[in-house]
Design a protein around this ligand. Structure first.
Ligand SMILES: Cc1cc2nc3c(=O)[nH]c(=O)nc-3n(C[C@H](O)[C@H](O)[C@H](O)COP(=O)(O)O)c2cc1C
Length: 297
């Protein structure tokens, strides 16, 4: 039994320093609730709800499924993206959703992709935490200057919103730890216990799992997609190019993290495997404590 104490697990109020990724289409209560139940912070992705009423209904559903803490993600499209497509959600679209999340008792909201200072202010005025997710150091510095309480930097190994100037998770975390004061969340390519522990060693105060939980029992991804994640040869040249040469563009496809996925397991099994595996590694190195505490670091 290990107690995990980091600045971010304390803000999230979770047993473990683990946060769920945002997921277009499938980031809904049935997927997020078991993640919260298993000791991480489950995330409802607001993009999946047509309007504020539907969103509020989903938050209420989530509260029926779990009494553990959970968060919300607002994925904000950059202006050029909205212009290109002729539609999309900017920060203003989510201001009413933010009020709803606050009213429904959500304590942590994550914003991603584009800057979100108005949402951040609303959250802070209500005593809530604002986590921002980005892909480059430049945007992480902006998020720190805007007052985000935690910053996720998604590494090149990862998926979701990609950037041509993206660095690897290793460079992101080790450099951001030196350059920023804000607590960090590692994301991108993490899928096993060693990666989880390594991210914490690199300076992260929490770890975000995205692709690696696609093939869990409770994931709302279609069966065929789960099978694809499990069978994916991440060393296949075409896949490699999709991820690292950015031919992936902005499409939501699983990342390098699925290299660690070889069977469908429950979210509880997935999380326990990472946490217990990390404890095993720590023990093998001679660490015999019962508290993993990075609060002073
Ligand atoms: C199917 C899928 C959909 C995603 N949709 C979103 C999204 O709507 N908004 C967002 O900020 N990130 C989205 N992401 C990115 C994840 O939240 C997370 O940042 C990323 O998966 C981390 O990298 P990893 O997949 O290597 O763990 C998505 C990822 C996947 C696999």
């Amino acid at each position: 039994m290990m107690i995990w104490k980091t600045k971010i697990s304390q803000m999230m109020g979770t047993k473990y320093p683990i946060i769920m990724g945002a997921f277009a289409v499938i980031g809904k209560a049935e997927f997020a609730a078991p993640f919260s139940e298993a000791g991480g912070l489950g995330i409802i992705t607001a993009l999946n709800y047509k309007n504020n009423d539907e969103f509020r209904e989903e938050l209420r559903k989530m509260k029926k499924l779990t009494d553990k803490p959970f968060g919300v993600n607002f994925s904000i499209m950059p202006p050029y993206f909205i212009e290109q497509r002729g539609r999309g959600r900017d920060e203003n679209f989510y201001l009413e959703f933010t009020d709803t999340a606050i009213e429904e008792g959500v304590k942590v909201c994550t914003t991603s992709a584009y800057q979100a200072p108005k949402i951040g202010k609303k959250l802070h005025d209500a005593g809530c935490y604002w986590f921002h997710k980005c892909t480059t150091m430049k945007h992480a510095i902006s998020a720190e200057n805007a007052g985000a309480d935690a910053i996720t930097i998604v590494g090149l190994e990862g998926t979701g919103f990609k950037n041509p100037n993206q660095n690897t998770t290793l460079i992101n975390m080790t450099m951001a730890k030196k350059m920023l004061k804000t607590p960090l969340i590692a994301a991108g390519g993490i899928g096993d216990a060693r990666g989880f522990l390594a991210a914490l060693a690199m300076g992260a105060d929490a770890v975000c799992f995205g692709s690696a939980i696609m093939a869990t029992t409770e994931s709302l991804a279609p069966r065929a997609w789960k099978k694809k994640c499990i069978e994916q040869d991440i060393f296949d040249e075409r896949f490699y190019k999709k991820i690292y040469h950015l031919t992936l563009k902005d499409s939501a496809i699983h990342s390098m993290a699925v290299g660690h996925c070889d069977e469908i397991v429950s979210i509880k099994e997935f999380i326990e495997d990472k946490v217990n595996g990390a404890i095993k590694i720590l023990n093998s190195w001679g660490f015999e404590g019962t508290e993993f505490n990075t609060l002073e670091k």
